[in-house]
Design a protein around this ligand. Structure first.
Ligand SMILES: Cc1cc2nc3c(=O)[nH]c(=O)nc-3n(C[C@H](O)[C@H](O)[C@H](O)COP(=O)(O)OP(=O)(O)OC[C@H]3O[C@@H](n4cnc5c(N)ncnc54)[C@H](O)[C@@H]3O)c2cc1C
Length: 580
């Protein structure tokens, strides 16, 4: 094992991680040594696939918009579970960050008068989503990557998978990583750490996210004893392409696409009369599944999946090419259809995870529900629950969250690293050596269970029991299945015993992380006996503010997950019935 010393280590190089790195570097006057560690090449981080855009009020007068309206939409969209001070921070700071990215070189789509073009998005009262065609994430990532190469203080470690977050007495001491190229083990020692490892939507089989979205950082934090928040809230995007689950961006509906059932009806009229296809995602996903369950869906012969149609045929073909080139590309390549002539088969797919590492308003990781922060650890981006999305995220609010808290966390971590003392080296070294032994044990193990089979069974039980509509029996079934799968996982075998790109070992590590988080999701879901946002339970169809206007806090205990609750921070928007 080799030890590398830095001031700051940032785990994850998506939009959240790279933005934090740049702001840490700028805030420190370029005096820090920063490591940016990513299990994939930085430019292959999931963020490159973000499509539709980033929210922020750029033209309040012209669009009759305000930060307060953005805040209201977000809180209502969250089914009142978002912390309202965090939402205010998001809405007030997002415009500045869109302009920051403009200076970094993002080619925002523009109107003829030169203003940045903003498109409508689900649950937003007015158009406030800036975009670069339907490749927004790619352009933001490219701009960040280009900028980082100009900063000598930031060193990128591509293709290093971190397997343990080393915490001693509530304080960060290091990260343990394996370099995929040659299987070498590294200890990253630093004064401060930012976790920016993205979400875990891949615990489901039918998902829109990258295969790398396995929630590693959240699982590492959980195992290190840190609390997670609101893990039961998983977002299903209404338009996952049949049969792969690849995303057809919400921007398609933002540009005017319709949803139609097997009879050709625009069925959203029954579920959200005023917003129609641009209702928030939880409502549209439920509408699609209600149509399918009422027998008004279609069935894909190859996969057996039932679906409805997304209809772009009334849109000008030129507009599809200009604003939705990826939709044309995907449908042509994957299904050999022309979106300006043919209907697109879709159904809800697991897409985004609202829950994650419990942080305070400034991205500091918490030690427990009490309010005490973990020394030297921050979390940012989709892996963090700050919480701005509550029970249901509005589309385009994630990129603004990554950008806004990227600056906040980057600046704080720089301040911390400049003031903090280095932790005594022997603790980190000892913990890291133990981790190296654990991994060696995994590779040498003589188990009989195939980790890929365990993953398939985990995804199948989640797809069946923890999807858009849940039942009490289904959630209990999932808890039981996942418990059995976890005990089988202890007995896995790693077929590849080599050091060079041992993707078999990497996959097994990721599967272990997903399995751990899937169990937490199932238990938190079963404990919340109400319906709110993305969490809908047939036996409890109503929201119950009296008992559950609370964040769920989950911590690893000796006998399993310990679940508790903390209050939601309500501000000027009092909870109301959510009608669209
Ligand atoms: C198809 C799709 C389209 C989307 N479009 C939009 C959109 O238009 N607007 C919007 O607001 N949101 C969108 N979202 C959501 C948004 O893309 C994500 O929430 C956001 O990009 C997350 O960024 P992040 O930086 O937090 O994490 P990610 O981009 O997921 O990056 C995670 C990083 O962590 C690293 N990592 C993870 N585990 C480890 C480990 N063990 N060791 C080392 N490194 C590790 C990865 O290598 C990666 O670098 C979309 C989501 C999907 C699935």
């Amino acid at each position: 094992m080799e030890t590398l010393d830095f001031d700051v280590v940032i785990l994850g190089s998506g939009i959240a991680g790279m933005t934090s790195a740049i702001h840490a570097e700028l805030a420190s006057g370029e005096r820090l040594r920063i490591a940016l560690v990513s299990k994939v090449h930085a430019m292959r981080s999931h963020s490159v696939s973000a499509e539709g855009g980033i929210s922020g009020v750029l033209y309040p007068k012209e669009n009759k918009d305000s930060a307060s309206l953005h805040g209201y939409d977000t809180v209502k969209g969250s089914d009142y579970l978002a912390d309202q001070d965090a939402v205010q921070m998001l809405a007030e700071s997002a415009p500045k960050e869109i302009k920051f990215f403009e200076r970094l070189g993002v080619p925002w789509n523009r109107e003829e008068n030169g203003r940045i073009n903003e498109r409508p998005f689900g649950g937003m009262s007015v158009p406030r989503t800036a975009f670069a065609a339907d490749k927004t994430g790619f352009f933001m990532m490219r701009a960040l990557y280009d900028e980082i190469t100009l900063h000598k203080g930031i060193e990128i470690f591509h293709e290093h998978i971190v397997t343990a977050l080393l915490v001693h007495r509530g304080r960060f001491v290091g990260l343990h990583a394996i370099r995929l190229r040659d299987g070498r083990h590294f200890l990253f020692r630093a004064k401060s750490c930012v976790i920016a490892t993205g979400g875990f939507a891949r615990i489901y089989g039918f998902a829109t996210t990258a295969y790398a979205s396995t929630g590693d950082g959240i699982a590492l934090a959980y195992r290190a004893g840190l609390p997670l928040k609101d893990m039961e809230f998983v977002q299903f995007h209404p338009t996952g392409l049949i049969p792969s689950g690849i995303l057809i961006t919400e921007a398609a509906r933002g540009e005017g696409a319709y949803l139609r059932n097997s009879r050709g009806e625009r069925f959203m009229e029954r579920y959200a009369k005023s917003k129609m296809e641009l209702a928030p995602r939880d409502i549209v996903a439920r509408a699609i599944m209600s149509e399918i369950e009422a027998g008004r869906g279609l069935r894909n012969k190859e996969s057996g999946l039932e679906y409805v149609h997304l209809d772009l045929t009334h849109l000008d073909s030129k507009r599809i090419d200009e604003k939705l080139p990826m939709v044309r590309d995907l449908t042509t390549k994957m299904l050999h259809i022309d979106p300006s002539k043919d209907l697109i088969p879709i159904r809800p797919a697991s897409h985004f995870t609202m829950g994650g590492i419990h942080t305070n308003l400034y991205g500091d990781e918490m030690l427990g529900p009490s309010g005490k922060v973990a020394d030297g650890i921050w979390a940012v981006g989709e892996c963090a629950c700050v919480s701005v999305h509550g029970a249901n995220r509005l589309g385009s609010n994630s990129l603004s969250q990554c950008a806004v808290w990227g600056r906040i966390v980057g600046t704080s971590v720089a301040r911390h690293a400049r003031g903090a003392w280095k932790v005594a080296s022997d603790t980190a070294g000892r913990l890291s050596a133990e981790e190296e032994d654990r991994i060696a044990g995994m590779v040498d193990g003589k188990g009989s269970e195939d980790p890929y089979e365990i993953m398939r069974e985990m995804q199948a039980t989640l797809d069946r029991n923890l999807y858009v509509y849940k039942t009490v029996a289904g959630m209990n079934r999932a808890i039981k299945d996942l418990k059995k799968l976890r005990s089988r996982y202890v007995d896995i075998y790693i077929k590849d015993k080599g050091d060079t790109y041992n993707t078999n070992l990497r996959d097994a590590i990721e599967i272990g992380n997903m399995l751990e988080l899937a169990g937490v999701v199932a238990e938190c879901a079963a404990a919340r006996k109400e319906s709110r946002g993305s969490h809908y339970v047939l036996e409890y169809p109503e929201r119950n503010d009296e008992r559950y206007l609370k964040h769920t806090i989950a911590q690893k205990g000796i006998r399993g997950t310990r679940i508790g609750y903390i209050p939601v921070r309500i501000g000027m928007w009092k909870p109301e019935k959510r009608v669209y």
